[in-house]
Design a protein around this ligand. Structure first.
Ligand code: TYD
Length: 222
């Protein structure tokens, strides 16, 4: 049976990476085969493009070029990692996916919707996530968390945008979640780590029924 595909979306410091990892760990404890991955990156080719994007090297070419590079990275990630894992019955948990392009490059970068739609068709075809968590925290909280995590390292291409950009980002993610309630669940990410992960787990349970999913023999043996 094909695996399930779950993505985490949200602004900077919204807790996606932590909750993606916690969910992966929980699913594994039920014997489910899990692939935990992230974008941009997630495959060797896509990690190279990640470096170009997050260093800001592509910024001078404008948001269209950045959208095309995110799409190139995604195409490689989907072909070499996500699709093979799902086809093998593994569950894939991805920290950011196509909704990030829609929000960062589309809503905020003002890349034409036709280009965004075309790139999406080209890179993922019909592969939409079964479930998407949109983690919502005030921009101020998210930026403070991101700065704490970063320590002395310099802010990346998107972290160094203005406070106004991050407020708009939050609004765009909220709008996105509201536009597709069958797939997206908006999660208040400002509670404790335990509270938020409990909310996420209860939704995964009620929507995708992992506890009754067949156990992957490969993972049960490891
Ligand atoms: P990352 O260090 O992974 O940050 P985060 O923990 O916030 O996810 O950097 C990813 C950055 O790339 C993030 O600022 C969002 C941006 N991004 C896009 O602009 N478009 C995309 O399609 C994707 C996947 C990410």
């Amino acid at each position: 049976m094909r695996g399930k595909f779950i993505t985490f979306e949200g602004g900077e410091g919204s807790g996606k990476s932590t909750h993606a990892a916690t969910l992966a760990h929980r699913l594994k404890s039920y014997g489910i085969g899990v692939e935990l991955t992230r974008e941009p990156g997630g495959s060797p080719g896509a990690e190279i493009i990640r470096h170009v994007l997050l260093s800001g090297a592509a910024q001078a070419f404008g948001p269209d070029a950045e959208a095309i590079l995110f799409a190139a990275a995604r195409a490689d990630h989907v072909d070499t990692r996500i699709e093979p894992a799902l086809a093998a019955g593994r569950w894939v948990i991805c920290d950011r996916f196509t909704d990030s392009t829609r929000v960062y490059q589309g809503a905020l970068g003002r890349v034409d919707g036709r280009l965004i739609n075309g790139l999406q068709r080209l890179t993922i075809g019909n592969l939409m996530p079964d479930l998407t968590f949109v983690l919502d925290v005030p921009a101020e909280t998210g930026l403070a968390r991101a700065a704490e995590r970063r320590g002395k390292a310099v802010a990346d291409r998107f972290e160094s945008e203005t406070g106004e950009f991050h407020e708009s980002l939050r609004a765009a993610f909220r709008a996105l979640a509201a536009s597709d309630p069958a797939r997206c669940v908006l999660i208040d990410g400002s509670g404790t780590r335990e509270e938020v992960s409990a909310r996420i787990w209860s939704i995964v349970n009620s929507r995708l029924h992992p506890v009754t999913a067949p156990i992957s023999l490969e993972d049960a043996a490891s």
